[in-house]
Design a binder for this molecule. Structure first.
Ligand code: ATP
Ligand code: MG
Length: 427
């Protein structure tokens, strides 16, 4: 890769990175760096592709877990369709709305109207506030009428929209003689459950296909990262690093975004520690940091008690010899820990509800077990991640930073174990 133009002060002396921007979170890779999604690209193209021939497209909903390429592939196919249409003298626009930000019909239609205005020479002013959805629709229909034969509308994170009326409006626009332009909608969601709510809320007018994007496997992740190897200086990535990063990410989540983040973090770690190369051990450490961040993110909305419950479970696993623990056992440890941070404990039943919520977030797994004839059944909880990561993530909460660190847990364990025993003797 040729040296980038620009101020040498900022470009020339990074010993680790060559084109670090290739690893940035918001970076949208070029077409030739998209790999491992050929089938999905073809499937999306098959749904919207009729537009390029001047025919009506299908609407499509794309489902899949985070980091599986849904947004990327949708934009990629839409842009290619636009270019192909242009080749056939068809004016096709592409509109993209992130519904996690534009989460009401008014916000979404406003954004659609404004970006249509941006893309055309539309003269009329579009007010940004003080007007309702209907006025934005009117601008949309008018611009479509004046400037486009067809349009592809990508509604990303569509489950965040407070209602799905827009799907109806867009799919009925021709029928209702609002515009002659063909409209193809690509809806994207990482909540498969959204399907159920969608079916209830919209009628057959949004007749649509459904596509499912699966998590990436190790070989696809390897390809994705290899295609960005030039983010690093030549020979900086040691042999086996990309393979390891791909294997770890595939095992945990199959999320391309996270895999790339780990690779970048490993590079930063190497640079910070003055290493000339990025090694497997950098990848391991970066993966840990990423996992702690992920847990912190997952639990960011949780109460202090939920965090203490997670800490209690993690601490029992570390200081004990079992992976799974009963609600009662976690509760006992939790009560001792509340003492350490001068917090009043909630009831056991309250804690049980907190644990259930954590199970929902995917931090723990709970399983019902028969305790033998006389004992009835009870729940056993386990962590889905390394307890060390939980300890670190919980301690990042500034009100909980006084809790013992992972390596000091052994010292305090004997004290808390005594306390647990004391509590048990009361029950
Ligand atoms: N097939 C691929 N080839 C190259 N890079 C990819 C591929 N898939 C994903 N990526 C990288 O991972 C990032 C995340 O992908 P994308 O934003 O499309 O995921 P998503 O499925 O929309 O996730 P979310 O549900 O979190 O929005 C992209 O910006 C891109 O950098
Ligand atoms: Mg996305």
């Amino acid at each position: 890769m040729a040296e980038q133009a620009g101020d040498p002060l900022f470009h020339s002396h990074d010993p680790i990175f060559n084109r670090k921007e290739l690893l940035h979170v918001g970076h949208v890779p070029d077409e030739d760096r998209i790999v491992g999604r050929d089938d999905e690209i073809e499937s999306v193209a098959a749904e919207v592709g009729a537009i390029t021939r001047g025919d009506p497209p299908n609407n499509v909903m794309i489902y899949g877990k985070t980091g599986t390429g849904k947004s990327l592939i949708s934009r990629h196919v839409a842009t290619r369709a636009q270019n192909a249409a242009r080749g056939n003298d068809i004016d096709c626009g592409v509109l993209y709305v992130d519904c996690s930000e534009a989460n009401t019909e008014t916000r979404t239609t406003r954004q659609l109207a404004l970006s249509l205005k941006d893309q055309t020479g539309y003269q009329e002013g579009i007010p940004v506030r003080g007007v309702g959805t209907m006025e934005y629709y009117q601008h949309i229909w008018q611009i479509l009428e004046e400037c486009f034969d067809a349009i592809i509308v990508i509604l990303d994170e569509i489950d965040k929209l407070d209602n799905s009326n827009i799907l109806m409006q867009l799919s009925r626009a021709r029928e209702a003689q609002k515009t002659d332009a063909y409209i193809g909608v690509i809806g994207i969601s990482n909540k498969v459950k959204y399907r159920e709510t969608l079916d209830e809320r919209i009628d057959s007018s949004f007749g649509h296909r459904e596509l499912f994007f699966h998590p990436y496997d190790a070989s696809q992740l390897r390809e994705i990262m290899r295609n960005r190897e030039d983010a690093f200086q030549p020979d900086v990535l040691e042999g086996g690093t990309i393979e390891l990063c791909a294997a770890l990410a595939a095992k945990k989540h199959g999320d391309a975004r996270k895999a790339i983040e780990i690779l970048k973090e490993a590079g930063e770690l190497a640079r910070r520690t003055g290493s000339e190369t990025v090694s497997e051990s950098h990848i391991q450490q970066a993966q840990e940091v990423a996992e702690i961040n992920r847990i912190e993110e997952l639990t960011s909305g949780a109460t202090v008690h939920a965090k203490l419950a997670l800490y209690a479970l993690a601490s029992r696993i570390i200081t004990g010899d079992r992976e799974t623990h009963k609600t009662r056992e976690i509760y006992e440890r939790y009560v001792s820990i509340c003492d350490l941070v001068a917090t009043d404990p909630i009831t056991e039943n309250g804690l049980y509800r907190q644990l259930k919520e954590q199970a929902f977030l995917g931090v723990i797994e709970s399983e019902k077990t028969g305790g033998g004839r006389s004992q009835g059944s009870y729940l056993l909880h386990r962590l889905v991640t390394d307890p060390k990561h939980i300890i670190k993530a919980v301690r990042r909460d500034s009100s909980l930073e006084d809790l013992p660190t992972y390596d000091r847990l052994g010292d305090s364990a004997s004290a808390t174990a005594e306390r647990d025993a004391e509590l048990s003797s009361f029950s």
